[in-house]
Ligand binder design. Structure first.
Ligand code: LLP
Length: 413
């Protein structure tokens, strides 16, 4: 049985009807499935079980403490990109030595904090940053463990906003100067070289870009060896896509089949940084229809969730399937599901065939577990939704709905 399914025309998450959860917790509401999360993290663990591998879940996809803690219990480490994310990871009980720290703009405070927490490695994105990390480490009387993020110049064939491994991108150190940069790193007093890092983009639905990038990584690893520089970790980044509509993305097993036969004798631990492929299809956003509005040219369903709750459709033109929480015999219409925000770009779906919903109906916006709540904002002074985690026949609120008081916390007149 799949995690999200219908029973007597009621949409269920595991064994619970969505309608009943929303009746108690209100809408809009993020609902996650524990079973789906465990299944996804296990699929990585099992696929890579033949080789020492750290699955460092990229918490930018969803940083809720309960989710981090659950994944941590399943053996995952965490990929963080800010001091705040590091704080969340530690709060959730993830040990420092299972945390990797990426991002092009780490501040002095963040570097010092990460050194104090004894993280596994910094994924370094530029020469200037490398020098900065070394200087901070020296001041603290220690050496910073690093991997240089090598930009392989591979087109991941995904949305341009989430392509990161091409020459023109701001990420990483160009592969043609990276050996020289490793040489320089090996002479810096505050640096201990640990690994090589690579990440080419997100929502990759083909294996070919992974293959190209991995080939380049292996070639680069060979060059480093020749230069007398040893690493203990190869970090392949994240990026495996998920099915939003009809994509057929590679699985963790496909990735393992590509990678494992080639790393057996390199003496390295693999690090993976999946985000979306762990949480994306483990969560939904439920919105209630407030009004149906017919104009001369359009049918609008105005829901209580907007772009501040789920930004992906507005920002990337992303597709999320819509499912009725109660299946009934409504005719199909072509309509837009929009939010209450004062922007024309505030939509969750446009020109979509969907049931002719009426006010009061609940709609599940599918595949919303990744980059949903984590990209939510308070725009238009809207409190962010609650989050709940379903486990079999029960659920827990893992984040309270924000209140108006939450909105003004820290402000003064
Ligand atoms: N590692 C690094 C260094 C990354 O930059 C990212 C994502 C990941 C791992 C995780 O990638 P994933 O496995 O989730 O594809 N907000 C966008 C996605 C931005 C991804 C940014 N980096 C969206 O909603 O599609």
């Amino acid at each position: 049985m799949s995690t999200f399914h219908y029973e007597n025309d009621r949409l269920m998450v595991e064994n619970l009807p969505v309608e009943e959860i929303v009746a108690k917790e209100g809408s809009p509401l993020y609902i996650y499935s524990r079973e789906a999360l465990v299944e996804r993290i296990s699929s990585y663990r099992e696929a890579f079980s033949a080789h020492p591998t750290l699955v460092a879940y990229a918490m930018k996809a969803n940083g809720n403490l309960a989710i981090l803690s659950l994944l941590g219990q399943e053996g995952a480490g965490i990929d963080v990109v800010s001091g705040g994310e590091l704080f969340r990871a530690r709060k959730a009980g993830i040990p420092g030595n299972k945390i990797v720290f990426a991002g092009v703009g780490k501040t002095e405070e963040e570097i010092a904090y990460a050194l104090k927490e004894g993280i596994l490695m910094f994924n370094v994105e530029s020469q200037a940053e490398l020098d900065h990390i070394s200087a901070v480490a020296v001041r603290m009387g220690t050496k910073a463990p690093v991997a240089l993020r090598v930009n392989p110049d591979v087109d991941p064939k995904t949305h341009p906003y989430i392509s990161t491994g091409m020459k023109k991108s701001k990420f990483g150190i160009p592969v043609d100067v990276a050996v020289a940069e490793y040489r320089r790193a090996s002479t810096l007093p505050g640096i201990r070289i640990v690994g090589i890092h690579q990440h080419i983009g997100s929502q990759l639905t083909e294996i070919a870009p992974f293959r190209d990038a991995f080939e380049r990584l292996l070639a680069f690893h060979g060059e480093l060896r020749k230069a007398g520089i040893k690493v203990t970790h190869l970090d392949l980044g994240g990026g495996l896509g998920i099915r939003y509509r009809n994509e057929a993305p590679p699985s963790p097993k496909d990735l393992a089949d590509l990678v494992l036969p080639r790393v057996g004798d390199l003496g390295v631990t693999l690090v993976l940084e999946p985000g979306r492929s762990i949480v994306g299809n483990a969560g939904i956003l439920v919105t209630r229809v407030l009004y149906r509005k017919q104009t001369a040219v359009k049918t609008f369903f105005i829901g209580d969730a907007g772009m501040n709750d789920l930004l992906r459709p507005s920002l990337y033109g992303a597709h999320h399937d819509l499912l009725p929480v109660l299946r009934s015999v409504r005719p199909e219409v072509k309509g837009d599901l929009v939010g209450p925000i004062c922007e024309t770009g505030d939509f969750l779906a446009t020109d979509r065939e969907m049931p002719d919903f009426a006010a009061g109906d609940l709609i599940a916006v599918m595949s919303a577990g990744a980059y949903g709540f984590s990209m939510a904002s308070n725009y238009n002074a809207r409190p962010r939704p609650a989050e709940v985690l379903v486990d079999g026949n029960t659920y827990r609120v893992i984040r309270d709905r924000e209140s108006f008081e939450d909105l003004v916390r820290g402000e003064r007149i």
